[in-house]
Design a protein around this ligand. Structure first.
Ligand code: NDP
Length: 255
């Protein structure tokens, strides 16, 4: 754990909400924030043994407005306010082609990967504005610039999230609130692995056979993504807003 010069932990006294904090990348972010001294509420639809010890777990489905409202109220009650929000819950099921993505899955993809962040930010930023401080990170996907048919609902929603995030950053900058994006590449998580297995089964090929090697030689670990999130939330990033940090082992950056 890195300490600022005065010896205090870098997020000491900060109150944080992490959506999708029960496993995978979200659980790694929760661990990093706890380690950095923050008080953390982790949310997911169901509690799991992988929710990091020390976090307060709140069950919520962030796909609906009612779920976002209940979560915002629970966070207020548990922490008395919030200084940090990490919008990590996300994902979608692959389909063979764009025309086979059912309408309800387009809606679900937009609810989970875009509107959950929009609604929670609208509920949580007014108090941050009053305090004139805060930091928000939206988790997108490094696949956005190279959308493929099975995931068009997912990458379209994440692309919209990135655009929204940049606009929100400009809106909130005068209030002292920073808003940034982290875009993970292929990361070893329960959700990531299950989705890639589904995709490979659907395409009738092996997962490893189809996907080019990552230049840095391995898939991401949840901690690799959490490190980038922690940096963007910390004072070391106090002149960064509206930015997008790609953490992908070089996978999407080969020329
Ligand atoms: P996982 O599927 O492993 O974990 C997802 C987390 O979100 C779980 O805690 C899950 O708990 C929660 N969640 C899912 N749906 C909801 C919901 N409706 N309401 C509240 N919580 C919910 O995902 P990853 O760790 O792999 O991914 C995290 C983020 O990183 C996502 O935004 C994903 O799109 C992005 N990403 C991941 C990549 C990867 O390779 N893993 C690559 C690029 C981007 P529960 O099911 O109990 O609700």
């Amino acid at each position: 754990m890195t300490m600022p010069e005065n010896g205090a932990k870098e997020l000491a006294g900060k109150r944080a909400l992490v959506t999708g904090g029960s496993r995978g990348i979200g659980a790694a972010i929760v661990r990093q924030l706890l380690d950095a001294g923050a008080e953390v509420v982790a949310t997911a639809r169901s509690a799991a043994s992988t929710v990091p010890e020390g976090a307060t777990f709140v069950a919520a489905d962030v796909r609906t407005l009612a779920g976002a409202q209940a979560l915002a109220a629970a966070v207020q009650e548990a922490l008395g306010g919030v200084d940090i929000v990490v919008h990590n819950a996300g994902g979608a099921r692959p389909h063979k082609g764009s025309s086979e993505i059912p309408d309800e899955e387009w809606q679900e993809a937009l609810e989970l990967n875009l509107l959950a962040s929009v609604r929670l930010d609208a509920l949580l930023t007014p108090l941050m504005r009053e305090r004139r401080s805060g930091a928000i990170v939206h988790i997108s996907s490094a696949a956005v610039p190279t959308p493929v048919a099975p995931f068009l609902h997912y990458t379209a929603a994440k692309a919209a999230l990135e655009n929204y995030s940049r606009g929100l950053a400009l809106e909130l900058a005068p209030s002292g609130i920073r808003v940034n994006v982290v875009t993970p590449g292929r990361t070893a998580t329960p959700g990531g692995e299950a989705t890639r297995e589904q995709w490979a089964r659907m395409a009738g090929t092996s997962d490893q056979g189809d996907i080019p090697a990552v230049p840095l030689g391995r898939d991401g670990r949840p901690e690799d993504i959490a490190n980038a999130v922690l940096f963007l939330l910390s004072d070391k990033a106090n002149w960064l807003t509206g930015s997008s940090l790609v953490v992908d082992g070089g996978e999407f950056h080969r020329g």
